[in-house]
Every structure is written in C-alpha cells, then in structure tokens.
Design a protein around this ligand. Structure first.
Ligand code: UDP
Length: 330
C-alpha cells in the first residue's frame, strides 16, 4: 500500500512510518515542521534504509493538500496525525487548537473523497472519555464532558468523521484512541526532539534524570486515587505505531467497504504519576527529584483501556511494558 502520513515528522508519526516501511508499505509524509525538524526524515532513513518524501505544507491550506494527491494518485490510505497535542497548552490557546486540528481534518476528508482514497485512520485520544464513570473504558463507554480544548478537538474530530462517513459509504475509517504513548524506537534514532518545551510526563522524567531539569512537579497529590496522583495508561510508542499498520491492513481486506471502527490503543494497566517516577528510579538506579504541586487545568483523574476489541479485530496486542518504556529512553 502507498500511505500518506500527515504529521510524519512527529513523535507517533515517525514511529509509524518506520513500522509501515518495515512491513513493506510505501510512505509519503506531510509535515510543516511546526514541532519537529526535517532531520527526522534522516532518522527514519537511518532506521529503514529508505528515503521518504515529505511535503512541507500547511494542511489548513487546501490547495497545498490537493497537490499531494495530484502528485500521488496511487495513495490508498491516509493516517492523519498532524495536530496540536498538549492538554495544558490547549487551555491557554484554545482557538489555535480548534483552527489547526479541525481545519486540517476537514481538508484531509474532502481530499479523501475527491481523490477516492479508500482508507482513513484518525489519531484520536483517550481524552475523549473525559472523567469516565467506568474503568477500564471500552469503546462503548459514553463520552463525558471534555476536560480541555485539546480533548474537545478530538471529540469533535470523531463526530466530524462519523457524519462524513454517513454520506460516503464507499470509504472506510478507523478511529484510534491512544492512551499515553511513551518511549522511543529500539534503534534510538527516533528520539523526540520537540521544538517546544516538553510537557508530557515521560520526557519530563527523562529531563530530571539527565539533570536538564532540576525537579519534576507532580500536578496534584490529592486526587481520589491509591496514592493521590493521576492515573494513566502508558503505552510504548512502537506498540502504538503497529496499531496503525494493522488498521490499514484490516481496512484493505476486500470485504471492508463502508466501515467505521473505533479502537482503544492502551495496555489495560493504570499507573499513577508516583509509580511512574519510581519505575524510572528502578530502571535507571538513580533517585529523581520531585515535589507535589497544584493540580493542572484540564487533567482527567484516571483513565485506562480495555483493548480487547483491537486484539480481536486487528490482532493487535501490546508487547512492551513500563520498564521497556524507561529502558528505551535511557
Ligand atoms: N504530569 C505531572 N507533571 C508534569 C507533567 C505531567 O504530574 O510535569 C502528570 C499529569 O498531570 C497527568 C500525567 O502526568 O496526570 C500525564 O500527563 P501528560 O501531559 O503526559 O499526558 P495527558 O494524559 O495529560 O495527555
């Protein structure tokens, strides 16, 4: 298959490109280098031995998006990663999140229909569940109020795709709800080099480990969880990447016309922030400096996945655990 990956220089995008190529697929990337540099394409080449063409375009500009499909009429699948992704930042600049995340999605869908690209995989998020009433969450767990503008863009993105799918019965869609991707590719080549300051937990723990950051501030120690800190389901990024390849291979089967499927991409294990810190201390043999601070706006208290649907339909089964995540970043 020839697959268009938007956000191909990003963290999950670059890992997914490596997975797709390793399974024999061809890739075209579209990335404007907003949050990652062009050197990521060199790192992908170091991992795979293959050069991937990247279109440095703004996906909110439809003419630019169309050019990719005109140049590559044989694209049969789209994986749409490109989006702004920070919960905390989204509370500060909500309109940027809505403009960027929704406009680019709408342009991709319009091009999918116009250029008759059968299969579309969307990067959704466990944040669509809000603070869920039941745990672990299944794909049928009802959405609660979004806790951040970022989460709302993902809820709205899913709704946009559902409405669009109704009038395009010849097209197929998979919505992947990621839990908390972490770690890096075993080769070490795809280390996330975000241009912005990192905001997610595992890279911050790494910065404390290396001394780049003096200490980690835990956002809230008085939540109703086993140690007072928030619970998430941290999943190795290589496992997240393979879910995309399996999704496209599933949609590419001859009997899958007009499908819209949703899958949780998590390990099923809920881990607190304090447990994450202690896991890194164990793997690295080094004590980490941390303090309990205020709660962060937009945080869900606890969420972890039931991933049995992805296992049954896609044959996806995560292979790595928290220790593997921390070993991979050392
Ligand atoms: N977190 C924290 N301190 C930090 C960064 C994150 O305590 O400096 C916590 C955050 O409150 C959440 C968990 O770590 O409970 C995961 O946050 P992250 O931003 O990595 O992912 P999110 O689930 O918010 O998308």
């Amino acid at each position: 298959m020839k697959i268009l990956v938007t956000g191909g220089c990003g963290y999950i995008g670059s890992h997914t490109i490596v997975d797709l190529i390793s399974k024999g697929h061809e890739v075209v990337s579209a990335d404007n280098f907003l949050n990652a540099g062009p050197e990521v394409m060199d790192h992908i080449k170091a991992c795979t031995g293959q050069e991937v063409k990247n279109y440095k375009i703004d996906l909110a500009e439809k003419d630019q998006v169309e050019q990719i499909f005109k140049d590559n009429p044989d694209i049969s699948g789209i994986i749409h990663f490109a989006a702004m992704k920070y919960v905390g930042e989204s509370c500060d600049i909500p309109l940027e999140y809505f403009r960027n995340n929704l406009n680019s999605l709408i342009n991709m869908l319009e091009c999918q229909a116009k250029y008759k690209v059968s299969n579309f995989v969307f990067s959704s998020s466990c944040s669509v569940y809000g603070n869920p009433d039941e745990l672990p969450v299944t794909e049928f767990t009802p959405f609660k109020e979004a806790e951040s503008p970022y989460a709302r863009t993902k809820q709205m993105g899913e709704d946009i795709i559902r409405d669009f799918a109704k009038i395009n019965p010849e097209l197929n869609f998979i919505l992947l709800r990621y839990f908390n991707p972490a770690g890096i590719h075993a080769s070490g080549h795809l280390k996330e080099k975000a241009k912005k300051e990192v905001e997610t937990l595992v890279p911050i723990i790494h910065e404390v480990y290396t001394g780049k950051r003096e200490k980690l501030t835990i956002f809230g120690g008085d939540y109703p969880t086993r140690d007072g800190t928030c619970i998430r389901d941290y999943i190795h990024v290589e496992d997240v990447a393979s879910a995309h390849t399996l999704s496209l291979e599933f949609l590419n089967k001859p009997d899958t016309k007009g499908k819209l499927k949703v899958y949780n991409v998590g390990t099923g294990k809920g881990i607190t922030v304090l447990e994450m810190i202690h896991a890194m201390e164990k793997v690295s043999g080094k004590k980490l400096n941390y303090e309990i601070g205020d709660r962060r706006a937009g945080d869900v208290v606890q969420v972890y996945a039931d991933y049995s649907k992805a296992k049954e339909d896609l044959g996806w089964d995560p292979q790595k655990n928290i220790e593997d995540i921390f070993s991979s970043i050392l």
